[in-house]
Write a protein that binds this ligand. Structure first.
Ligand code: ZN
Length: 63
């Protein structure tokens, strides 16, 4: 896996809730940004790994 962990800086008046791009779990403060999925926020690195393996699986299955 390659990516970066980020910390959300949410202002006190911001009530919007952020959810993981893949599993939908609420992201409270720390999220994972994966190099393969730019602009997507994951709850943790392993979640992006599952997403990646699903894509690889679908690609090999289609051929
Ligand atoms: Zn997730």
């Amino acid at each position: 896996m390659s990516g970066q962990q980020h910390i959300l800086e949410i202002p006190w008046h911001e009530t919007r809730i952020l959810n993981c791009f893949f599993c939908g779990r609420m992201i409270s403060r720390i999220y994972w940004e994966d190099d393969e999925f730019p602009d997507k926020k994951f709850c943790e690195a392993s979640c992006a790994d599952v997403k990646r393996s699903l894509i690889n699986h679908a690609q090999t299955g289609a051929q």
